[in-house]
Design a protein around this ligand. Structure first.
Ligand SMILES: *[C@@H]1O[C@H](CO)[C@@H](O)[C@H](O)[C@H]1NC(C)=O
Ligand SMILES: *[C@@H]1O[C@H](CO)[C@@H](O)[C@H](O)[C@H]1NC(C)=O
Ligand SMILES: *[C@@H]1O[C@H](CO)[C@@H](O)[C@H](O)[C@H]1NC(C)=O
Ligand SMILES: *[C@@H]1O[C@H](CO)[C@@H](O)[C@H](O)[C@H]1NC(C)=O
Ligand SMILES: CC(=O)N[C@H]1CO[C@H](CO)[C@@H](O)[C@@H]1O
Length: 463
């Protein structure tokens, strides 16, 4: 019945096919407890589709089978790790590749970077990180301007007006990410609108169409997706051509790539990844942060006091961001509570062990980050939004271990933290954010978790 599924389900399918291609399938049984395949050919894929998302499937799997559990992805055995202790044993902090980036590249069908020698990968990763850092610095004032524009808009609203968070914050993230990535061309709103059209088309299929197989079944949707991808690539190529060998007052992310020792294809791929991921991660981090703040007056007050203490009446600057410790705790807790990136995956290259379990080589290992982030043994009262939990060094270490930040921090997340900090410093000093009564916010768990539907707050002026 679900014979199309093998081509259609999530990034994993593509990741798995890459794995199958690189490593001929080994269909080994394993001692790790887990669910038996419901379908000879598709394994447990129908169960994942039924649960609505891989994250929700994993929550159920770990409840039933414990923190190390296995399931069948097609004809392949997959092991999922769902506790802090097991992840601690498995995660190698020395790995340079970023799982999020790897998943996105697999989805887009990008080949380069999947192979190649370690030195080259390392060089490319360094260049990417440098590019993000330089671009954030060079036009910090841009993000500030965008945040202030949003503030003025919200200040003009009457107290009863419901503000659509996702819509406004996606707009902000989109403008900020495009100009950071590609420079002044995107000062033109028309360019941003065009970019957004393609971005939305690509992202909605990456999130959903791959998951339920509907993309493979609908040739019109598939064409729409592919056209958007081609259009986006052609814009990136055009920008690369414009900027190569020139210098601009505003140093964009792409300029760093162009100055590095990369092929044209690599420049295209890396700027695509940053534009796509930077935008989505920043937009959702901002939306969740503002939403969670609206539910807690205490946290808002504490944040307000920190902003006043560190910044006074001055606008925020890059060097002051370091001093905003509580703000970082708020953003860390936002990442945790929202389970911002719920799943990561790694290939087990050599046979390994976690606890008493042997993981055969060439097994796909899932890091069930969403499961771990809501585990009450690692995080007391896990569903509570409580930035104070990051007062403890061990909590900070636990989060950093999950690869969400720290030494493994993904560069797009660093960009998103900057945008969110600037935004909050503008909003929270001038406005109080209020929760809209009887609003049930549900989460859509895709590559990045987002609210299922538009989410609203109301605002009032601080006096
Ligand atoms: C990581 O690198 C350090 C220093 O190079 C080394 O001591 C350590 O064993 C490595 N850790 C793993 C898990 O490979
Ligand atoms: C640039 O890349 C090529 C191949 O990718 C390599 O042979 C060459 O050594 C690199 N040059 C520098 C300066 O890194
Ligand atoms: C960090 O994780 C460990 C499990 O490895 C847990 O025992 C500890 O309570 C966690 N610390 C905090 C503060 O959440
Ligand atoms: C925020 O989280 C990162 C790890 O994700 C950690 O390194 C950092 O210390 C945390 N900061 C605070 C203030 O909680
Ligand atoms: C849009 C924007 O703010 N661009 C600025 C980026 O930075 C340069 C100089 O650092 C300014 O000249 C631009 O106006």
């Amino acid at each position: 019945m679900l014979d199309f599924v093998i081509f259609a389900v999530t990034f994993l399918i593509i990741l798995v096919s890459a794995v199958l291609y690189l490593y001929p399938a080994s269909r080994q049984a394993s001692g790790i407890p887990g669910i038996t395949p419901t379908d000879e050919k598709d394994g447990n894929l129908p169960d994942i589709v039924n649960k609505g998302s891989l994250h929700e499937f994993l929550v159920n799997l770990h409840e039933r089978y414990g923190s190390a559990a296995s399931f069948w992805f097609g004809r392949r055995l997959v092991v999922s790790l769902g506790s802090m202790d097991l992840l601690k044993q498995h995660i190698n902090p020395n790995r340079t590749s970023d799982t999020f980036e790897m998943m996105l590249k697999s989805l887009l069908g990008y080949q380069s970077g999947r192979t190649g020698d370690a030195a080259e990968c390392h060089m490319r990763k360094k260049l990417y990180e440098t590019g993000v850092s330089k671009a954030i610095q060079s036009n910090f004032s841009l993000t500030l301007k965008l945040a202030d524009e949003l503030l003025s808009k919200w200040e003009s609203y009457p107290a009863s007006q419901h503000v659509p968070l996702c819509q406004h914050l996606l707009g902000l993230a989109m403008k900020s990410a495009t100009q950071t990535a590609m420079g002044s061309r995107f000062e033109d709103d028309q360019e941003v609108i065009q970019f957004r059209k393609n971005h939305d088309a690509i992202w909605s299929e990456i999130g959903k169409g791959f998951l339920d197989g509907s993309l493979e079944k609908s040739s019109t949707r598939k064409k729409h997706y592919e056209d958007a991808l081609i259009e986006m690539e052609s814009v990136l190529k055009k920008v690369a051509k414009e900027r190569r060998g020139k210098s601009f007052s505003q140093h964009a992310f792409m300029d760093t790539l162009l100055q590095g020792n990369l092929s044209e294809e690599q420049v295209l791929e890396d700027s695509m990844i940053f534009s796509l991921a930077g935008c989505v991660i920043a937009a959702n981090l901002c939306s969740w942060a503002v939403y969670f703040l609206s539910t807690s007056e205490d946290v808002q007050e504490k944040l307000y006091r920190e902003f006043n203490q560190v910044l006074g009446k001055s606008p925020i600057s890059l060097d002051k961001i370091e001093q905003l410790k509580y703000c970082r705790q708020v953003l860390n807790e936002t990442v945790r509570t929202a389970k911002l990136t719920p799943v990561a995956a790694r290939l087990q290259e050599l046979e390994g062990k976690v606890d008493k379990h042997v993981i055969p080589k060439e097994t796909l290992v899932i890091y069930a980050l969403g499961v771990v982030l809501q585990d009450s043994t690692a995080w007391p009262l896990p569903y509570r939004f409580d930035p104070d939990r990051f007062n403890e060094e061990s909590a900070r270490r636990n989060l950093s271990l999950l690869g969400v930040s720290g030494s493994q921090e993904c560069p797009e997340l660093r960009f998103a933290y900057t945008v969110a900090t600037v935004l909050l410093s503008s909003l929270v000093r001038k406005l109080k954010l209020h929760h809209v009564q009887n609003q049930a916010v549900e989460t859509k768990y895709e590559l990045v978790s987002s609210p299922k539907e538009e989410t609203w707050v109301t605002v009032s002026k601080r006096t």
